[in-house]
Each structure stands twice: as structure tokens, then as C-alpha cells.
Design a protein around this ligand. Structure first.
Ligand SMILES: Cc1cc2nc3c(=O)[nH]c(=O)nc-3n(C[C@H](O)[C@H](O)[C@H](O)COP(=O)(O)OP(=O)(O)OC[C@H]3O[C@@H](n4cnc5c(N)ncnc54)[C@H](O)[C@@H]3O)c2cc1C
Length: 430
């Protein structure tokens, strides 16, 4: 009797969880393959909402998905662990030792065998080796990091209220994460004023620092200018063409030696794939640790190893640059591989992935939203703003929910999420 192929997917983010769900429903349930998802965290959260968790405008209890439960009901298995190595000869991934809640060794190094391996480990902000950044800055790349920032924000807010002192928050990085977090923080403090601290907005000193000549370099200049204008009207100080060369407990230092003082520092600049991927198993990676893949999403050196989403670098045949690290790219790549991996295991070729660019969108909390329309369709290259842009931004997440839960369940979950939101205060106070 031939044994079912083992498909191992590492990383249960946007791309990885979507793929595991689809393959579990199709190949897993039919017994045609054994699908395993590995992730270092126990729950999945739609990453583009991390800034709302950090700012305290969203309670993760209403939105996170426990991998174990989702796997059980979708025909795949979940294994907790952090990948640290790859043995291509034995076709095994290596999971590093795991510590228990008391810091003691819980599990030794483990190995997980595969017949097909999909790497979907995502990305994180790149500290670019700027001294001090790793030690004193918050990062907003994962749920624990967003929650840690929120806990620190609550402490600093209390200190500022009791001492009637300024609360200085400095965000380095004027890309999507930095800008979205800045707008969300403004909203948090506007709402907090209604919970017994009317002076909070006056004590708040928010600064957004960007190295380049404008915010949101990946968007059209119009969107950058409108965003800067909006943030300044909300009371933000926006510093462009400002290079941070060092950070310590007092704040960020610019290249001219000036200090940008801050009580809370956030690093949201640059993007790189996890360090464990650099040169892993002899596979080709670029300077941002991304695995270089062919149009079939297979790595150049090993056709059994695929990479998707932010941790992959794919330059389309007709394109001059690699696809950007966005939720849209991750979603489309997962859907493509989900359609063709089963047939590949039976010996058929995977057709080349073609990215359909729907454009980029950005939400400035409830204040505004922008959408740069993509290269396809009647309105190609245009910009939308306001309610329509807000709606199309929200639709990205809704589509992700539909892919994971099916239309009916996703609709019920949306209703439950909205009702759950009515139960408590509009920001997290505890
Ligand atoms: C605050 C914020 C706002 C954003 N807003 C937008 C937006 O508006 N529009 C947009 O298109 N994009 C946005 N993005 C980018 C978008 O979130 C990413 O492009 C997308 O999440 C990439 O999906 P992915 O599946 O490649 O990786 P991820 O969703 O990051 O998932 C990676 C997974 O891998 C796991 N993992 C990592 N390392 C290991 C390891 N060693 N072992 C095991 N598991 C591991 C992680 O726990 C995680 O679950 C935003 C990002 C942030 C942080």
C-alpha cells in the first residue's frame, strides 16, 4: 500500500493558513495527502490588523483563530514549534528546542519529515543593525509584540495621567505599518478622552520619522501628501528625510546628532524575512533573507520546496522588480498553490503564477482611507479615498475569512465579532 504524501507548511499566516485549509479540505480529508501546519504561535491573526491590537482598539479574543481547533475541523494537523533548520538530504525540517512557561526546557529539538515543503514564514521589520534598536524599541510584527506594546502603552498612559506629564511616542518608519499605527494611536487617545481623562490628547506628543523624502513610498505621491496632511492635522509631527542612527532609553538619535525624545519607541522600518531562512539548506536567499523562487513558486535548487508570501522573492518574467510583500500577493500565491499542489504530487507540472495587481490600500483608522488602483481594470492607476477605499480595505480581510471558514460561517463570525464589540468599551482598558 502506498503511503499518502506528507505536505508540511511552515508558517500559519495569511498564505500558510489559507493553503493548509484548502489542502486539508481537499487532499487531507480524501486521504490523498497528510497535511501538517507548523507555527511558533498557537493562534492566527490577520496581520494587517496588528496595529489595532497594539493601539488597543481591537480585542484579539474576537478575531484570533486557534490552529489546533481550525486544523481539526479542516482535515490537517497542527504542530507547535519554531523552524530553525532544514535537512534537504533527509527531507526533514528542524524545530528548535521549546521552553515551558517557567523558562525550563520543555521539548528537545524535533524533526518533521516532508515530501513537499511549503515555507510561508512571513517577514518582520528590519532593524538594519542600527545600534540600540533591538534593545529599546517595540516591534509590531506579531501578536505577542503588539500586545507587549499595548501593555507598555497602558503603563505610560497611567504615568502621564498621574504626573500630568507628556507622553511621547516616536515611530520610526513611514510605511504602511508606521502610518496605520500612527492613525490608530490618535483614535485610541481620542476615545480615551471619553474615559475620564479629557486632557490626554494635549499631553500626547506623537512623532513619525521617515528616512525617505515622503511617507508611503510604495504609494503614489498624492496619497503620501494627503496622508502627511491628515496626520499633521491629528497633531502628529512628521519628519521626512530623517535618518535614525542609534536608539537608547531617551529616544532616537538622528545622523546630525539631535535627539528625538520618546517614552515609547516603535521600529516599523524596512522588511526582511526571518533570519533563520538566510542560506537555509543551501537555498538561494536575497539580502532580505527571502527565498528566491521560480514562477512555479518552487525554489531554484529544490523542486520539493516551495516558498510563498513575504518570505519569498518572485520577479515576474515581464517585471523589473520582485513582487511586494503584501497580503494580496500572499493570498493569490496561496490560492495558486492550493489549486495545483495536489496535481503536482501526481506528476503534473505547476503552471506559472501570474500576479493580478488589485492595487494597494491603506486605512487611516476611522479618519480616512486610500486606495491606489492596480494595473488591471477600467480605472487602472487611479486613486480612491474615503468610504469606498475604507470598504475595499475591509474586503481584503473579509475575503480571507471566507477562504478560511466558508461564506456562511464567515458571515456568522462577522456578526459575532460586531456583537462582541458592543459588549465592552471601545478601547481596551485592561
Ligand atoms: C501593522 C501591519 C499592517 C499591514 N497592512 C497591510 C495592508 O493594509 N495591506 C497589505 O496588503 N499588507 C499589509 N501588511 C503586510 C501583510 O500583513 C503581509 O504582507 C502578510 O501578512 C504576509 O503574509 P505571509 O503569509 O507571507 O506572512 P505572515 O502573515 O506574516 O505569517 C507568517 C507566519 O509564520 C510564522 N513563523 C515565522 N517564523 C516562523 C518559524 N521560524 N517557525 C514557525 N513559524 C514561523 C508566524 O508566526 C506567522 O504565523 C501589514 C503588515 C503589518 C505588520
Amino acid at each position: 500500500m502506498s503511503r499518502a504524501n506528507r505536505i508540511v507548511i511552515v508558517g500559519g499566516g495569511i498564505a500558510g493558513l489559507m493553503l493548509a485549509t484548502r489542502l486539508g479540505r481537499t487532499l487531507g480529508r480524501a486521504g490523498a495527502a497528510r497535511v501538517t501546519l507548523v507555527d511558533c504561535h498557537p493562534t492566527h491573526l490577520w496581520k494587517p490588523m496588528l496595529h489595532t491590537v497594539a493601539a488597543g482598539t481591537r480585542d484579539v479574543a474576537h478575531t484570533q483563530i486557534a490552529y489546533l481547533a481550525h486544523a481539526c475541523s479542516h482535515g490537517f494537523t497542527y504542530q507547535a514549534g519554531r523552524m530553525s533548520g532544514l535537512d534537504r538530504v533527509r527531507r526533514e525540517i528542524v524545530l528548535e528546542e521549546m521552553e515551558g512557561h517557567d523558562g525550563k526546557r520543555l521539548l528537545g529539538e524535533r524533526r518533521v519529515p516532508y515530501d513537499a515543503l511549503v515555507l510561508a514564514l512571513g517577514s518582520q521589520a528590519d532593524d538594519a543593525c542600527v545600534p540600540g534598536v533591538r534593545d529599546v524599541c517595540h516591534f509590531i510584527d506579531s501578536q505577542p509584540q503588539a500586545q507587549a506594546f499595548h501593555a507598555a502603552l497602558q503603563c505610560e498612559s497611567l504615568r502621564s495621567a498621574v504626573n500630568d506629564d507628556a507622553l511621547r511616542i516616536v515611530i520610526a518608519g513611514g510605511g504602511t505599518t508606521g502610518v496605520a499605527l500612527a492613525a490608530e494611536l490618535s483614535r485610541t487617545f481620542a476615545l480615551a478622552a471619553g474615559y475620564g481623562d479629557p486632557q490626554i490628547c494635549e499631553r500626547l506628543k506623537l512623532t513619525l520619522v521617515e528616512r525617505g523624502p515622503r511617507l508611503l513610498g510604495a504609494f503614489p505621491p498624492d496619497v503620501s501628501a494627503s496622508t502627511q496632511d491628515q496626520l499633521e492635522r491629528l497633531g502628529f509631527r512628521v519628519l521626512t528625510e530623517t535618518r535614525v542612527v542609534c536608539a537608547d532609553r531617551d529616544g532616537f538619535y538622528r545622523d546630525d546628532g539631535q535627539l528625538i525624545p520618546g517614552d515609547l519607541l516603535v521600529w516599523a522600518a524596512g522588511v526582511k524575512a526571518p533570519d533563520c531562512l538566510r542560506g537555509i539548506g543551501g537555498l538561494t536567499t536575497n539580502d532580505a533573507n527571502q527565498l528566491v523562487v521560480r514562477a512555479t513558486l518552487q525554489t531554484a535548487q529544490d523542486e520539493r520546496i516551495f516558498a510563498l508570501g513575504d518570505c519569498a522573492s518572485l520577479t515576474p518574467e515581464q517585471g523589473s522588480s520582485a513582487l511586494p510583500p503584501t497580503a494580496q500577493v500572499a493570498t493569490q500565491q496561496a490560492a495558486h498553490l492550493g489549486r495545483h499542489l495536489g496535481a503536482w504530487l501526481e506528476g503534473r507540472a505547476i503552471p506559472p503564477f501570474a500576479y493580478r495587481d488589485p492595487g494597494a490600500s491603506l486605512s487611516l483608522s476611522g479618519y480616512n482611507a486610500f486606495g491606489a488602483l492596480g494595473r488591471f481594470g477600467f480605472f487602472k492607476g487611479g486613486i480612491v479615498r474615503g468610504r469606498f477605499a475604507q470598504w475595499s480595505h475591509a474586503m481584503l480581510y473579509r475575503r480571507h475569512q471566507h477562504a478560511l471558514h466558508g461564506y456562511a460561517r464567515a458571515t456568522v463570525l462577522l456578526g459575532a465579532e460586531k456583537l462582541g464589540g458592543l459588549r465592552g468599551p471601545r478601547i481596551r482598558l485592561a
